[in-house]
Write a protein that binds this ligand. Structure first.
Ligand code: HEC
Length: 105
């Protein structure tokens, strides 16, 4: 019995962790440098990016605002986030285009 309870509790913890509904509360960054640019050679479509952003970027945390972070911080974090969201390279370029055109100047 004990052997089944522990994995069960772990699975429940993960489910709970991913189902938070309050927005946009984003955990603090631990790492600093993320330099792979998945969308460097593609031209993004901001409109499609907006939809992808709204649908795929709030699964693990609240939906961030494009203006919430600086350009350099977005450039550092987006490559890892589009990977987490399992976006295609074109979709990643779209999301990047959306974020970059919505930055607070
Ligand atoms: C599989 C879960 C997951 C998905 C999907 C996801 N994120 Fe994240 N996100 C995280 C985690 C975990 C952190 C905090 C740790 C880190 O920075 O890696 C985070 C942090 C962030 C941050 C804060 C970075 C900082 O510098 O403080 C931003 C901005 C962000 N995500 C944007 C996005 C965008 C945009 C998408 C959609 C393309 C996305 N996330 C999809 C898990 C996810």
């Amino acid at each position: 019995m004990r052997n089944k309870t522990i994995p069960c509790v772990i699975v429940l913890c993960f489910l709970f962790a991913c189902s938070r509904k309050t927005a946009p509360e984003i955990p603090a960054r631990t790492g600093t440098t993320r330099s792979i640019d998945v969308s460097a050679t593609l031209t993004g479509d901001a409109e499609r990016g907006k939809q992808l952003f709204g649908s795929s970027c709030k699964r693990c945390h609240g939906l961030p605002e494009a203006g919430q972070f600086s350009k350099s911080r977005w450039e550092a974090v987006l490559p890892s986030m589009v990977q987490k969201a399992k976006l295609e390279p074109q979709e990643a370029a779209d999301v990047k285009e959306y974020v970059m055109t919505r930055l607070i100047k």
